[in-house]
Ligand binder design. Structure first.
Ligand code: HOZ
Length: 427
């Protein structure tokens, strides 16, 4: 156990790190308490520095599909580290990881590895703009594609949580070309294409909106985006940083049967270590330097430790694992829904695969406008009550929680029981 208490650590952290945290949502601001400093984790469990144990439904924001400290990943990391931590030169393992992504995700013919989801989306848009010789992009309100300037317009995740969906410091000229529409509103996209004929380089979308809570695509929405992008000569980018390898073996595109032109991936392809990737049609990918003129680079890209972890994690994803996670998540869904019914609470449980959330609003949520009508004070009270009961959820109404293969049916039942108690305290 750490000699400092959680509060002492937070006080010290605030002196040397803005807000005491290295990413804003984890500050727990909107839920009105201090974040827990984590000492260690294993499987589905987390322990804070004061020794309190939690069942974790954050999973490092999604990538830990096998749970924490998964044996094959830990072993791969240790072995890779022993061979050298960074070369800034190509390795055989990078080729294997790229090949594996191409094999699993049908739309991906070539892959470029980067260091984060933010880098991946930034590069995907640069590629799309170069490929089409156009500047404008369409993104969705409440969609989050990392923190590059282009995307910090009406953004979800931390930006929505902190109430700064369009960040100061982003020059208005930079985002003048970022057009927005509500998620699931195909007509709005059609109108944007019409008003900006021949100027839209790309439509970028999280196929399941996962940074405004969890909002599934309505029937025909993704297909409509595919058709409109094709007919208007724009590149369709699926941001699968959250959904890739998570909602199914070939991500949301496999689940919904849509073929985007480009796809971005994040930390799940590194077994939770820092990594990202852009993949897609070879014709577009070959615009990247050194083959083509679109510049993108990084010393740590394809880092041997992250790549080794990614290979170990992705190789262990099989249909048995997806079936297991599906059955755990549906157990959780049934339990949470029963609790809502028992207490006559009209709130919304929404999920796709093993991503889920509980919206404190009475209407089914199909877009950000509806998500933001949720009672965030009530969510905060619920979050605190769950944490007290040892259930670690994302500390924001506008994030997803994740179920991993390391959760047991008993863990799920404990979460259901805690959910009933926590909901009672908020009514
Ligand atoms: N933007 C992340 C969730 N979608 C939060 C990352 C973090 O705080 O670590």
């Amino acid at each position: 156990m750490n000699s400092q208490s959680n509060s002492q650590l937070m006080a010290e952290a605030r002196e040397v790190i803005p807000g005491g945290v290295n990413s804003p949502v984890r500050a727990f601001g909107p839920v009105g308490i201090e974040p827990r400093f984590i000492a260690r984790a294993a499987g589905a469990r987390l322990w804070d520095v004061e020794g309190k144990e939690y069942i974790d439904f954050v999973g490092s924001w999604g990538p830990l599909i096998h749970g924490h400290a998964y044996g094959p990943v830990v072993e791969a990391v240790c072995q890779a580290a022993g061979r050298g931590t960074s070369f800034g030169a190509p390795t055989a393992a990078e080729v294997q990881l790229a090949r594996l992504v191409c094999e699993r995700v049908g739309s991906v013919e070539m892959v470029r590895l980067v260091n984060s989801g933010t880098e991946a989306t930034m590069t995907a848009v640069r590629l799309a703009r170069a490929f089409t010789s156009r500047s404008k992009i369409i993104k969705f309100i409440g969609g989050y594609h990392g923190h590059a300037d282009t995307f910090l317009v009406k953004a979800g995740s931390g930006a929505a949580t902190l109430g700064t969906p369009t960040s100061p410091g982003v020059p208005k000229e930079v985002v003048a070309d970022s057009l927005t529409a509500e998620f699931n509103d195909l007509e709005a996209v059609r109108l944007l294409f019409k008003a900006n004929a021949g100027q839209i380089a790309a439509v970028i979308v999280e196929p399941v909106c996962g940074n405004a809570g969890v909002i599934p695509p309505q029937d025909g929405f993704l297909q409509g985006l595919r058709e409109l992008s094709c007919s208007e000569g724009a590149v369709l980018i699926f941001d699968e940083v959250m959904t890739g390898f998570r909602v199914g073996p070939s991500g949301a595109q496999g689940l919904f049967g849509i073929t985007p032109d480009l796809t971005t991936f994040g930390k799940i392809i590194g077994g939770g270590l820092p990594i990202g990737a852009i993949g897609g049609r070879a014709e577009i990918m070959k615009q990247l330097a050194p083959v083509g003129p679109v510049y993108q680079a990084g010393t740590l890209s394809g880092n041997p430790i992250a790549v080794a972890a990614g290979l170990a994690s992705l190789r262990a994803l099989d249909s048995e694992l997806y079936n297991k996670i599906e059955s755990l998540t549906s157990r959780l869904e049934n339990g949470f829904r029963d609790n809502l019914a028992k207490l006559s609470l009209p709130f919304q449980f929404q999920r796709v695969g093993s991503m889920a959330c509980l919206f404190f609003t009475e209407q089914p949520v199909i877009n950000y406008a509806q998500a933001s009508s949720s009672d965030t004070e009530r969510f905060a009270a619920y979050f605190r009550a769950m944490l007290e009961r040892g259930i670690y959820l994302p500390p924001s109404q506008f994030e997803a929680f994740f179920i991993s293969a390391a959760h047991s049916p008993q863990d799920i039942d404990l979460a259901i029981e805690a959910n009933l108690g926590a909901l009672r305290t908020t009514t």
